[in-house]
Design a protein. Sequence first.
Length: 89
Amino acid sequence: MDAERKARIADLAITAQPVWDESRDGGVLQVFLKEIGCHGVDAVMVTRQVVGCSLGEAKTMFITAACRADELAFHNAFMEGLERSQGDV
């Protein structure tokens, strides 16, 4: 990860920390991140820093949040297509 992206994620984590501290709710955190335009891998990395959890836990928090349903649908469709192209399905 380049220095610019690390700095952006650190700044977003500082911005998001009060939301987590107040709610301790992963769904609320994801809504906030989505509202400020933080998506995908960046949202997972911010979640990891703010919550202080593992990468796997942050990914789960991201992908299972109701507000991230579009991202989950895209992920599932992409993975299904990838599996089909490899002949695994």
